[in-house]
Write a protein that binds this ligand. Structure first.
Ligand code: C2E
Ligand code: MG
Ligand code: MG
Length: 677
């Protein structure tokens, strides 16, 4: 302070010279005053300085918050937001280490995000590794304490703290002060940001307040990410990550709407794998899942960017492509098939070879019905399957006509069931050596008032597809058992039994089948030994898991016959696994018997194998004496065919059984059926 200022002070606040005060005293008072003034001024300056520095700190904190808020808003992932936030906090505090732990399902442990700020990565390497390996439960260590309380935790010196499990890794790094604060979604702590300093440091209240706001800010990012994940999950398949049916339909509708403006071809490929079930059954569901993921990857690789590959369920994939010509769409189908050629799993593993049946629809006109298009593609896929699989089919007019017929048949069949237009014919099965009747096969007929007698091949596929087969099958079983019980009561040992009833694949897959069979037996009073169930090889293969149990449950005396043997792919293991009692050699082999045939060695092999397993062998579709003789020579036990008898109504079979017709030698004792071998 300069003298002039002093004077100035004097003038403003004059100290009146008192008469009784000596000059020396006056000077002393003046000096005291001078000291007081100087002290006051000094204090004022200090306060001003502190205020300025506080204001400066506030300013920096605000900037930090703003930067993190901006990063949070712009970040496309949580990781990105965390990374920016941790860097900024470390820059702000000058602390050398920052890191985040995240609460992770299912058990809510804290697991390292592996997102770090490290001033000196080499020096902190050990600390980083220990932190990434360690997980924490609530209450444990720094992050656990933060999560347990939902409050920030400040450790003045982690080296002195008992609840800091990473202490042993800290001396190397020179970590002392530690500060952790929660990332909060509402009141829930979903993660922890932790920073570390080289020095033991007193708690910083300002930083605590800022951290609270940063924690809330990052919580919003977590919330947003959760919402997005939720939305993503809703429209994607969790196994392959591909869009699901809902998203596919959405994209298809958009594509169709776009076509109203700019006409372009929209193509749909409906893809169904052909032998996926075999892979699943042979190698288990894990292998099946892996195969599906790989198929998804390959499909994604063959389509163009912008095309949609979706997975509907199971082994059903659908591709949407826009702006291609018909030829290009067909070529895409070929590329899809080529992409599946490479083996899945180990190269030597033939069971894991898959092909696909592909149905294609093209929306040419201003078609806007997405579901309808999808149905057409599905129908075309079915057609490709019917034709043997491993191929593609384009939906066309003929297919539409077939579909229309199918729908019509389905409706008529429903009516037939209600109007009692279904009936059973029976075809005798005879011993090849004695030519005595050993049983009958029940064969379904439909007496359509308009069309006359309709054979099963004309309506059973439709019944099978629509599910009507379950009703029809239950009716067949009941009617056959009723008839058989009647015969047994009336004819005793001369009854043409057992009765063989065909089961459809859908019935075999039905959980209630054993229950239905045993209820039918007890309702009709038929002895289980008088019933035999015919299942086809392909039905067995389609249902490998179910029938093992179903058949075991059925085993209370009811025998099982494997029909159409030789046409499917049933291996010896199937015969053993399902404890089959009898094999019926498919008539395609029998038809070739006789004329210097190549079928003979096959039939001989089947007979040899079947007999070795203790099974009876029936030759089906014998039409000539030559075939009968050849079947007998090859060792077949029994036979069925037009040579002996065509399928006929029950009363005709009864007449045949009791008649003296010399063409049919009757069994004096029909039980046990198909004896011999
Ligand atoms: P399938 O079980 O193999 O029945 C034998 C078929 O061969 C019968 O045809 C029978 O009439 C025919 N057949 C018998 N002997 C000869 C012959 O010497 N030569 C020729 N060419 N054919 C002969 P159908 O009755 O038309 O039955 C066809 C298929 O329909 C059956 O084949 C069976 O798979 C199915 N089916 C018939 N009835 C039922 C039923 O009640 N339920 C189920 N799920 N399927 C049935
Ligand atoms: Mg049959
Ligand atoms: Mg057959």
């Amino acid at each position: 302070m300069r003298p002039r200022d002093l004077l100035h002070c004097e003038r403003r606040d004059p100290v009146a010279p008192a008469a009784d005060v000596s000059p020396a005293q006056q000077i002393e008072r003046l000096e005291q005053r001078l000291v007081r003034e100087r002290r006051a001024r000094h204090e004022a300056e200090e306060i001003a300085e502190r205020t300025v520095s506080t204001l400066y700190d506030r300013q920096r904190e605000l900037e930090l918050l703003e930067a993190i808020a901006e990063a949070s808003n712009n970040a496309s992932t949580l990781d990105q937001a965390l990374s920016v936030a941790i860097d900024k906090i470390c820059d702000h505090t000058g602390w050398p280490v920052g890191h985040a732990y995240l609460v992770t399902p299912p058990d809510g442990r804290l697991v390292s995000s592996r997102i770090w700020h490290l001033d000196d990565p080499v020096r902190f390497d050990c600390f980083r590794r220990v932190s990434e390996e360690k997980t924490f439960i609530a209450g444990e260590g720094l992050p656990g304490r933060v999560v347990a309380t939902g409050e920030p935790v400040w450790i003045q010196d982690a080296m002195q703290d008992d609840n800091f499990p990473r202490r042993h890794a800290a001396p190397d790094a020179g970590v002392h002060a530690a500060f952790g604060f929660p990332i909060l979604v509402g009141a829930e702590a979903v993660g922890v940001i932790e920073i570390f300093s080289h020095q033991a440091t007193e708690i910083d209240r300002g930083l605590l307040a800022v951290a609270a706001q940063i924690g809330t800010q990052l919580g919003r990012v977590v919330e947003r990410a959760r919402g997005e994940e939720h939305a993503h999950r809703a429209v994607h398949d969790s196994l392959t990550g591909l869009p699901n049916r809902a998203l596919f339909l959405d994209r298809l509708r958009l594509a169709l709407a776009r076509r109203l403006r700019t006409p372009a071809l929209t193509g749909i490929l409906f893809i169904d794998l052909d032998r996926f079930k075999v892979v699943n059954d042979t190698y288990g569901h894990r292998a099946g899942d892996e195969l599906l993921v790989e198929v998804a990857r390959r499909l994604d690789a063959v389509v163009r960017a912008g095309d949609t590959v979706a997975r509907f369920h199971g082994d059903e994939f659908v591709v949407l492509c826009e702006g291609l010509s018909e030829r290009e769409v067909l070529r895409l189908a070929e590329r899809v098939q080529l992409s599946l050629l490479a083996p899945f799993g180990p190269p030597s593993d033939t069971a894991r070879l898959v092909t696909a049946s592909i149905g294609i629809t093209l929306a040419r006109t201003t078609e806007t019905n997405a579901e309808g298009l999808l149905r057409d593609a599905d129908a075309a896929m079915y057609r490709a399957k019917e034709l043997g699989g491993g191929r593609y089919e384009l939906f066309d007019g003929a297919m539409r006509e077939r579909l229309r017929k199918r729908v019509h048949t389905e409706r008529m069949l429903g009516r037939a069931l209600r109007a009692d237009e279904l009936c059973l014919h029976y075809q005798p099965i005879l011993s090849l050596s004695s030519r005595q009747i050993e049983g009958v096969e029940a064969l379904l007929r439909w007496e359509d008032p308009e069309r006359g007698l309709v054979p099963p091949d004309d309506f059973l596929p439709v019944a099978e597809e629509s599910g009507l087969i379950l009703l029809i099958g239950a009716w067949v079983l009941r009617e056959a058992c009723r008839q058989a019980a009647d015969w047994r009561r009336e004819l005793g040992d001369r009854a043409p039994l057992p009765v063989c009833v065909n089961l459809a694949a859908r019935q075999l897959g039905q959980d209630e089948l054993p229950e239905i069979v045993s209820r039918t037996l007890s309702d009709t009073g038929l002895d289980p030994r008088d019933l035999m169930l015919e299942i086809t090889e392909s039905a067995l293969i389609e249902n490998t898991t179910v029938p093992a149990r179903t058949l075991a449950d059925l085993r209370a005396g009811v025998r099982v016959l494997l029909d159409d043997f030789g046409t499917g792919y049933a291996s010896l293991s199937y015969l053993r696994r399902f404890k089959i009692d009898m094999l019926k050699i498919d008539r395609s082999f029998v038809a070739e018997l006789g004329e210097r045939s190549e079928a003979s060695p096959i039939v001989a092999a089947i007979v040899g194998m079947g007999h070795a397993l203790g099974l009876k062998i029936v030759a089906e579709g014998i039409e000539t004496e030559e075939q009968a003789a050849e079947a007998a020579r090859l060792g077949c036990d029994s036979a069925q065919g037009y040579l002996f008898a065509t399928p006929a109504a029950a009363d005709r079979v009864r007449a045949m059984t009791v008649s003296d017709d010399p063409s049919v030698v009757l069994a004096p004792r029909a039980r046990p059926a198909a004896a011999g071998g």
